[in-house]
Design a protein around this ligand. Structure first.
Ligand SMILES: Cc1ncc(COP(=O)(O)O)c(C=O)c1O
Length: 362
């Protein structure tokens, strides 16, 4: 059946809110977060410290098994500050070719931190280990600076929320450390990865010298990320955070929501994973090629195939007209993200509409 008639019918959600599957960043703070923010004990974090921020940093560091941590405004700032500390001007960073830090953070690690950034061939979020080894530079040469940092991302956004296998992380870590390079984990969704792999997040973070994780995605806090590492690393990171405009004042007002996120919201990520699986299974039944492998976490990729009229952009527009918001990952692929505001009914409706819009309904 042709996909185009789907947009001619009345939107499924009527006058209500659309079913927003664009990202888990659309989650809004819970009532408990709003209350905690209202009641937060605060101080000047740029002077003698904010007690709520300090508490969040301690809880975040403990969750990652690191000595210390720093509250930063976003995942992007966490990754940027890590690059500044690990390398600064003139060093080289190796990242996988589809890494968020390479594709979606404004080029900050090159443009602001001054690193030469080399993208390593990758599949399913994982760099080709031979290509990684071949890219590693031990010293200055006519061609460039030594590799100062290797970045791995888990769960991997572009790879559909893949929780990267621990043996892969171990292999990257071993190669990087042998070459004297630091490993930074972009763990924006590390709690999703840990849940999928049945390990504590610290078991993943152990493969990195430093790790960033986000409070503002599936955990529903309104803003903020944590950058964790050794005590020395955090001393230097605090100074660079100030340099990039992240020296905050009464930030306990928002850190309080982050504490609630880490206290209350980790367990419920399992609901997002279960619903992502339900969506995947219902799309897969008529057309297995539409969705590929089962999702590890809360992201489902829909592969439209070259024959779909207008590709991912047109398909997203057809869905939007029906009240289902999704984002193209690339020309032929939609990225669908499940989060706290998506319940079982929304999954059922979304599955039916996606099947219609992609021309793959039963
Ligand atoms: C894997 C990954 N890393 C980093 C970020 C950046 O986080 P922020 O939007 O808080 O800057 C994102 C955001 O979606 C992400 O998916």
């Amino acid at each position: 059946m042709s996909a185009s008639p789907a947009s001619d019918r009345a939107p499924v959600t009527g006058a209500g809110r659309p079913i927003d599957l664009r990202s888990d960043t659309v989650t809004e703070p819970t009532e408990a977060m709003r209350e905690a923010m209202r009641m937060a004990v605060v101080g000047d974090d740029g002077l003698d410290g904010d007690p709520t921020v300090r508490e969040l940093e301690a809880v975040g560091a403990a969750a990652m098994g690191k000595e210390d941590a720093l509250f930063v405004t976003s995942g992007t700032m966490g990754n940027l500050v890590a690059a500044l500390v690990h390398a600064g001007r003139g060093g080289e960073a190796l990242v996988d070719e589809h890494a968020h830090v390479a594709r979606s953070e404004g080029g900050g690690i090159s443009r602001l931190a001054g690193l030469m950034c080399t993208a390593v061939r990758s599949h399913d979020g994982m760099m080709d280990l031979d290509a990684l080894a071949a890219s590693m530079r031990g010293d200055y040469s006519r061609h460039g600076a030594p590799t100062a940092m290797v970045v791995v991302e888990t769960s991997h956004n572009h790879a559909g929320g893949r929780a990267l296998p621990l043996p892969y992380l171990a292999a990257v870590s071993e190669r990087a450390r042998a070459a004297g390079a630091a490993v930074h984990i972009d763990g924006a969704r590390i709690f999703n990865a840990a849940l999928a792999q049945g390990v504590p997040p610290a078991a993943i973070a152990a493969f990195g010298d430093t790790v960033t994780f986000c409070l503002s995605k599936g955990l529903s806090a309104p803003m903020g990320s944590i950058l964790a590492g050794s005590r020395d690393f955090v001393v230097r990171a605090r100074s660079y955070r100030r340099m990039v405009g992240g020296g905050l004042r009464q930030a306990g007002c928002v850190a309080a929501a982050g504490l609630v996120a880490l206290r209350d919201m980790l367990g419920r990520l399992a609901d997002d994973h279960r619903r992502a699986h339900v969506l995947w299974a219902s799309l897969r039944t008529p057309t297995p090629a539409l969705v590929g492998n089962a999702p590890d976490t809360n992201i489902v990729l829909v592969h439209l195939g070259a024959s779909n009229p207008g590709g991912a952009t047109a398909c997203a527009a057809r869905l939007s007209a029906r009240g289902i918001l999704v984002r193209p990952r690339d020309a032929d692929t939609l990225r669908i993200v499940i989060h706290r505001h998506i319940d079982d009914d929304a999954i059922r409706v979304a599955a039916a509409e996606i099947a219609l819009a992609t021309g793959s309904e039963h």
